[in-house]
Design a protein around this ligand. Structure first.
Ligand code: ADP
Ligand code: MG
Length: 547
């Protein structure tokens, strides 16, 4: 007997479907790419399972993707012999949204549009690929049979409106999944072989498995990362990045290298053009995939790179990895730590070179991704010093909008100057009109300007740079020499004492001390920070937390 069950989509899923269908309508082509990339993912997962020695249903089937178009029936079918899905996986993986949900997606989309970013970039990152089929479909059917020996023959059916149903099917199915897309009246072009061929050539040329279209092979399989650099055209890198990162922007940095000591590796790393965490998505997942001799071991390996490099995309292939390494044991394997060290070192070196040779391009990168470098300084002790060299700030000597490195600051320091000074405020204006800067300007001392609260944490974590202490210019223990522009004191010593005493009594608990100072030039008084551990922005944060 055949079992049918009907499910309703969660409200979140329904909204998301609605957004995907309507806001991305102009780029309907991409559903082909999304379904092919799911087929390829399913094959990668199967290949990995094979290596672990688990027994597999229909073991002998070839690892390939078969696409067929039928312009009489108005359908396109994408079929793979990958891992397939069990009943619960069908419900969980394609009946539900895995990530942060439709609200986050909708607001991210809005923001992306406002800032002129390509909204397409978001679908890939959001994992709503499968739903893109509903842009062109009246109905989508997913026939599937899990690789597990006790898998059932199942079909998932939906018109993408409010419900889906799952049925057991009688027809004997092969392992894997077959997605049948019944095309809408206005989307019949996707039942044309030539149209699909063109889309596959454009979007899916790096799929690591054969793709057959109506029985003909349409792709050549290439592991770009193993090829010689000299044989690769820039546009091939771009295409590969788009394919591998499921992205629509262009890579900002492309770093392709190989090494044979201490490990044999081939790596192809990209930094994206845009920082998508900016759109309020929450944390991006790590995106550098780990391969062993062209076989995918893990597409989001934890620990392959430090957390603060989670924005990197690409591929690392190491022939030294044991093929059957499990994802769990990999996380803390010494091999992965070695890879981490090599990759991080190479990328940092690449950034240092960029900053030196192409400062403008580096500034653009820094605007998007500087926040990650700062995160690195506060969380990753090993790379702190190299990261510190990559910081860029405005200063009292820089033009507005122009930034300096700490190294350049140090090179401008006068011999007597022992410390690097910084001031935090939300903007240049508020620093320049505040009472703290004048004392330094009057003494020709450069001050670094910090505009983000995290920058104070960064300075605290660094504590020093090239042996020079980093000191907040509003802290009480900065001692400055008298200058010619320090005004004569108009009050006698007794009057000074009385005024200080009166101020202290009046202000009470609000201050720890009131002192006469020659530090100020024009301002009558300034509050100085006596607590080295508690900077003003930390105080603001504590206050916000009601502490
Ligand atoms: P993503 O691929 O980013 O996870 P998708 O919306 O494209 O998001 O797919 C959702 C999930 O559905 C996949 O993660 C996978 O678990 C499952 N899935 C989709 N297509 C297939 C397929 N052909 N074979 C097996 N599982 C699939
Ligand atoms: Mg997908």
């Amino acid at each position: 007997t055949k079992k049918t069950e009907t499910h309703t989509f969660q409200a979140e899923t329904r909204q998301l479907l609605d957004i995907v269908i309507h806001s991305l309508y102009t780029d309907r082509d991409i559903f082909v790419r999304e379904l092919v990339s799911n087929a390829s993912d399913a094959l990668e997962k199967l290949r990995h399972t094979q290596l672990t020695g688990e027994s597999i249903y229909d073991e002998k089937l070839p690892l390939e993707v078969n696409i067929s178009t039928d312009d009489t029936a108005g359908t396109i079918t994408i079929q793979d012999y990958g891992i397939g899905m069990t009943h619960d996986e069908l419900v969980e993986n394609i009946g539900t949204i895995a990530k942060s949900g439709s609200k986050a997606f909708a607001s991210a989309l809005k923001e992306a549009k406002e800032s002129g970013s390509d909204p397409l970039n978001l679908i890939g990152q959001f994992g709503v690929g499968f739903y893109s089929a509903f842009m062109v479909a009246d109905e989508v059917r997913v026939y599937t049979h899990s690789y597990k020996e006790d898998g059932e023959n199942l079909v998932w059916i939906s018109d993408g409106m409010g419900e889906y149903r799952i049925e057991q099917t009688e027809d004997s199915q092969r392992r894997g999944s077959k997605i049948v897309v019944k095309l809408k009246e206005d989307a019949k072009e996707f039942a044309q072989k030539s149209k699909i061929e063109e889309i596959i050539k454009r979007y899916s040329s790096f799929v690591q498995f054969p793709i057959n279209l109506n029985g003909d092979r349409v792709n050549t399989i290439e592991a770009l990362w193993l090829k010689n650099k000299n044989e690769i055209k820039p546009e091939e890198y771009t295409e590969f990045y788009k394919f591998q990162a499921n992205a629509f922007d262009e890579p900002r940095h492309t770093l392709h290298f190989s090494a044979d000591a201490p490990l044999l590796i081939n790596a192809l790393l990209f930094s994206p053009k845009e920082n998508i965490e900016r759109f309020g998505f929450g944390r991006t997942e790590p995106g550098v995939s780990l391969y062993c001799k062209k076989v995918l071991i893990d597409d989001k390996p934890e620990g392959l790179l430090p957390e603060w490099l989670r924005f990197l995309r690409g591929v690392v292939d190491s022939a030294d990895l044991p093929l059957n390494i499990s994802r769990e044991s990999m996380q803390d394997s010494a091999l992965v730590q070695k890879l981490n060290k090599i990759l991080t070192g190479r990328f940092l070196k690449h950034l240092a070179t960029e900053a030196d040779k192409n400062p403008d391009a580096y500034t653009e990168f820094y605007d998007q991704f500087g926040i990650y470098l700062k995160e690195g300084i506060t969380t990753d002790f090993t790379h702190k010093d190299k990261l510190a060299k990559l910081l860029r700030y405005e200063s009292s000597l820089s033009e507005p909008g122009k930034r300096t490195s700490l190294a350049d600051y140090v090179s401008r320091m006068k011999e007597e100057q022992k410390e690097i000074y910084f001031l935090y405020a939300p903007s240049r204006d508020s620093i320049e009109s505040g009472p703290y800067l004048e004392a330094f300007t009057a003494r020709n001392l450069e001050v670094i300007f910090l505009y983000e609260p995290i920058d104070e944490f960064v300075m605290n974590h660094l504590n020093e740079f090239e042996g020079k202490k980093l000191v907040a210019a509003d802290s009480a223990d900065v001692s400055l020499e008298d200058t010619d522009s320090s005004p004569e004191h108009k009050l006698t010593e007794d009057e000074q004492k009385d005024l200080s005493k009166w101020l202290k009594e009046t202000l009470g608990d609000k201050v720890t001390d009131v002192v006469v100072s020659k530090r100020l030039v024009d301002s009558p008084a300034a509050a100085l920070n006596s607590d080295k551990m508690m900077t003003p922005s930390m105080r603001r944060i504590m206050k916000a937390m009601n502490q």
